[in-house]
Design a protein around this ligand. Sequence first.
Ligand SMILES: Nc1ncnc2c1ncn2[C@@H]1O[C@H](COP(=O)(O)OP(=O)(O)OP(=O)(O)O)[C@@H](O)[C@H]1O
Length: 233
Amino acid sequence: MPLLEIEGLKKSYMSPEGNRHTIIDVPWFTLQEKSQVALRGESGSGKTTLLNLIAGILKPDEGRVVIDAQEMSALNEPGRDRLRAMNIGYIFQTFNLLQGYTCLENVLLGMSFGPGVDRGFAETLLKRVGLGDRMKHRPRQLSTGQQQRVAVARALANKPKLVLADEPTGNLDHNNAREALGLIREACKENGAALLLVSHDREVLGQFRTVFDLSRINKALDEAATNESEEGS
Ligand SMILES: Nc1ncnc2c1ncn2[C@@H]1O[C@H](COP(=O)(O)OP(=O)(O)OP(=O)(O)O)[C@@H](O)[C@H]1O
C-alpha cells in the first residue's frame, strides 16, 4: 500500500470575472514510503494547490487523498489539521517561521500540534541542521539559509512519514540552495520520511532520480492549453 494515494482529485477556483477554472485534475498519483520524488511545474501550474490538497489545507471539490491508509479528503477541518500534524511536515519557500519565537520555540510549537513536545529531539534536529549554537536566536537574527534550516528541523519535528516541500530553495542563493536541498534530502532519509518536492528549477530537479512533470499528471493543464490555443486561433 502506498504512503500517499491520490484518486480523481479535482479543484477549481472562481475567477474575479465569475468563471470557474479547474486548476487540479489528477486522475491518479501514488508515492511510496521513504521515496524521494520531485514534481516539475511552471509558475501557475498548480504546484502549491496540489501540495495544499495533499496536506489537507485545502479540501478538494472531488476525489480522494489517502495518507497512510487515512483519507484526508473525507475529514473536516480539525480532522485534517490533526492528520497533517501527525503525518506531514511542510517546508515552504518563504519558511513561514514565527518571528516572535526563538528557533527552538518554533520547532517546539510545531511539536505541540503533533504527538507531543520532545525538547531533546527538537534540540537534536536543530543541531543536525547546523544550528546548535543558534537555538535562542529569533528568525530575523539568522541568515536566509539558516532560517530555511530551522524550517527543515520544524518539518521533521513530529517524525512525519511525508515531507512536502514547495520550492524550498527558491529564496536562497546558489550555494545555500544546493546545501539546503542536500540537507532536506539527507534529513528525510535519516528520519524515514518520504519527500515530495515541487519546483520549476532545473538544477533542483536534476538532483532527483524520479521527476514527474505536473503537465503529465494534471489534466487541468491540458484543458488550459486547449482553451488558450482556441482563444488564439
Ligand atoms: N484562492 C484562489 N482563488 C482563485 N484562483 C487561485 C487561488 N489560488 C490559486 N489560484 C490560481 O490557481 C493557479 C495555480 O496556483 P498555484 O499557486 O497552485 O500555482 P504554482 O504552480 O504553485 O505557482 P508558483 O510556482 O508561481 O507559486 C493560478 O493560476 C492561481 O491564479
